[in-house]
Design a binder for this molecule. Structure first.
Ligand code: F6P
Length: 377
């Protein structure tokens, strides 16, 4: 039988970009903790910064009521890292202060709700002696070890709705409309939304494109009497030329250390800036090659806003309530992951620093290809 903690203190923080479903997860943790045992739940404001500054709020039933359907996070968030905290114009390692506040608040565990960056920071705190549990949240769906992350479904739904609306105006004006979709360095959102929205071309980072192949696929549509096209492009999409250059630097980085590694890191950043997220330039080129009027819609933070979908509310609630089970069993240093209809505990060291890329032969890609969707490759 699992060990039951009857008393104790659970800390919660939300860190990184906000995501629909965060409040559902906070509610799931908080309400389960207060049922049948007397664990107190403390929320820290604005991610790791709030823990460092000891800004907290008691998450009692009153605070947790009516938040299931709310977007954003009632706790606030930030991208601040414990070991690289901006402090009065300087970047300072505040890990010790954070660990001190963890103990001052008599925490038995700190539950960190976040994506890849949060995982790294949470893992550092775990190594510094804190009991840590993380929940996988991000619209990007780029975390390994879990079937899916919460926030992804809502963001995909918003992007699909946008593509649906863009279809009618693209058709009326006989235009190419390019819709840029978030997702950081992975293509799950653009791929899912592009497929569900019936985009004619989908460009994702995992399948580098050439503008000529993309233009060719659009002109082929024109030859079939289709006078408009919708292109769903991931913000991290990259040309074949860019991808080749980036791969070469990444290869050098595998062996590099110290100063040389830092130099290569900068080179990589420059290449990323040059070759990714260049949707406006791509549109100009496409218009020039095809002779078709081209417009761009960048969805940006719209995809993170508003109320979570039913699926994300369910997912976040399941993960939040399961977290309490692991806390009762004193299983720490883990991410609570989605595993079909169940959840599982995955050790942080197995997921930290890894990225869940779209496999280029993923069934979603193959299905889209069967429908003649172009990937620009
Ligand atoms: O990770 C979530 C995400 O929305 C990415 O898709 C996007 O690249 C990034 O965050 C945007 O970050 P910010 O909100 O800091 O501009």
């Amino acid at each position: 039988m699992s060990k039951q903690i009857r008393t104790g203190h659970i800390g919660i923080l939300t860190s990184g970009g906000d995501t629909p479903g965060l409040n559902a997860a906070i509610r799931g943790i908080g309400k389960t903790a207060s049922r049948g045992c007397s664990m107190q739940v403390i929320g820290f404001r604005d991610g790791f910064r709030g823990l460092m500054e000891n800004r907290s709020v008691r998450l009692d039933n009153n605070m947790l009521s009516g938040i299931l359907t709310l977007g954003g996070t009632i706790l606030g968030t930030s991208r601040d890292k414990p070991h690289k905290m901006p402090m009065g114009g300087k970047i300072v390692d505040m890990t010790d202060v954070i660990v001190e506040n963890y103990h001052k608040n008599h925490l038995d565990v700190l539950v960190c709700l976040g994506g890849g960056g949060t995982l790294k920071n949470a893992y550092r705190l775990s190594k510094a002696g804190c009991n840590i549990i993380t929940l996988p949240k991000t619209i990007d769906n780029d975390i390994v070890g879990t079937d899916v992350t919460f926030g992804f479904d809502t963001a995909m739904g918003i992007a699909v709705d946008a593509i649906d609306r863009l279809h009618s105006t693209a058709s009326s004006h006989h235009r190419i409309i390019i819709v840029e979709i978030m997702g950081h360095r992975v293509g799950w959102l653009a791929l899912g939304a592009g497929m569900a929205g019936g985009a004619d071309a989908i460009l994702i980072p995992e399948i580098p494109y050439t503008i000529d192949k993309l233009a060719e696929s659009i002109l082929e549509r024109v030859s079939r009497g289709k006078r408009f096209s919708i292109v769903a492009v991931a913000e991290g999409a990259i040309t074949r030329e860019g991808a080749t250059k980036i791969k070469a630097v990444e290869k050098k980085m595998e062996k590099a250390e110290g100063e040389e590694r830092e130099k290569l890191k900068k080179e990589l950043d420059n290449l990323d800036n040059k070759y990714r997220g260049s949707t406006m330039e791509m549109a100009e080129e496409l218009q020039l090659i095809t002779g078709l009027e081209t417009r761009v819609t960048i969805l940006g933070h719209l995809q993170r806003g508003g109320t979570p979908s039913a699926l994300d509310r369910m997912l976040a609630t399941r993960l939040g309530t399961s977290a309490i089970e692991y806390i009762r069993e004193e299983q720490y240093g883990i991410m609570v992951a989605v595993d079909g209809e169940r959840t599982k505990a995955v050790p942080l060291e197995e997921v930290v620093g890894k990225v869940n890329y779209v496999p280029p032969d993923h069934p979603w890609v193959m299905a889209a290809r069967s429908l003649d969707t172009s990937f620009g490759d």
